[in-house]
Design a protein around this ligand. Structure first.
Ligand SMILES: C[S@@+](CC[C@H](N)C(=O)[O-])C[C@H]1O[C@@H](n2cnc3c(N)ncnc32)[C@H](O)[C@@H]1O
Length: 283
């Protein structure tokens, strides 16, 4: 046993089940039994932070004592997996560039409705909504009357803070074409390290909000032109995925698109969406 493990309190199977159920009920993440060590190591940090000595006591603190709900937010922050990238799963951006955006823009110009409404659900640290913003700006210009709004939501407050700051390491922006990097990011040097900061014109297109995809009734009054919800449904069980997908359906107009992760699929038997290409569906 290494030194760090020797100092961590023991997480019994019963305690692991309690946290597993709590996490599932709160955010839909369905942790396999094999994730016990991961949960133990991530939650141990919260025990240290709160000065609590056992997982049982920490569970009681989160569920009964902390009425503010803040510790639940920290627990979810520590459990969520936030892996993401700029221009992740490029085929989706090719589809936006070659088909969806040209067609949508032509239609909207004809209808004199120069509004684009996009929802990036599970936006993590911002790479995905900033990629969407750069892609949209390839086609339309707010100075020509286009009103573009990208709603970017995630359950993790910590990761949303990173997204809002819009500052990325040089390695993180490696997949952003140089032309786009130069137009939409400012290069900044801090302690001999290079960072790229999203410029205001890009940030202004995006509104970041904490939003739990398990929310029973979605509060959106107006439909989105398309929704990105990629690489989060893999953590949900099939029933949870189905419920979520049918809520997305209700948030789209006829012809609206739903983008999901390439390792995810919608059951054709139960979903009302039409299949377009891998990881892309249309209402
Ligand atoms: C692996 S990242 C995917 C990020 C991005 N969509 C992509 O494909 O690159 C999954 C994100 O889903 C968020 N998440 C997990 N459960 C959620 C829930 N119930 N509601 C909203 N966001 C959730 C996590 O915080 C995390 O940032």
């Amino acid at each position: 046993m290494d030194k760090e493990n020797a100092m961590q309190p023991i997480l019994s199977n019963r305690e692991f089940e309690l946290f597993r159920n709590l996490i599932y009920k709160t955010c839909g993440i369905n942790l396999a039994p094999s994730k016990k060590e991961l949960v133990k190591s991530r939650l141990s940090k919260r025990l240290t932070h709160t000065g609590i000595n056992s997982f049982e006591e920490y569970y009681r603190f989160v569920t009964k004592i902390d009425k503010s709900g803040q510790e639940m937010i920290h627990l979810l922050d520590s459990i969520s997996t936030n892996k993401t990238d700029f221009f992740r799963e490029k085929k989706h951006f090719e589809f936006l560039n070659t088909k969806l955006l040209p067609e949508l823009i032509t239609k909207k110009e004809k209808d004199r409705n120069k509004k684009l409404r996009i929802w990036c659900a599970a936006s993590s640290s911002g790479e995905e909504p900033y990629t969407l913003a750069m892609t949209v700006l390839n086609h339309v210009n707010p100075e020509n009357g286009w009103d573009i709004k990208i709603l970017a939501t995630d359950i993790s407050t910590k990761i949303l803070q990173k997204a809002i700051s819009g500052v990325y390491k040089k390695e993180t922006v490696r997949d952003v074409p140089l032309r786009l990097l130069a137009s939409h990011f400012a290069r900044v040097s801090v302690n001999n390290s290079t960072y790229y900061k999203a410029r205001d014109h890009l940030k202004q297109l995006i509104t970041y909000r904490r939003f739990n995809l398990m929310t029973p009734e979605f509060p959106f009054k107006n439909p989105f032109d398309f929704i990105f919800c990629r690489n989060v449904m893999i953590y949900f069980d099939p029933e949870t995925q189905q419920r979520l997908v049918s809520k997305f359906y209700d948030c789209l107009p006829k012809g609206g698109y739903l983008f999901i992760g390439h390792s995810e699929t919608l059951s054709r038997r139960v979903s009302k969406f039409n299949y377009i290409q891998p990881a892309l569906y249309q209402k």
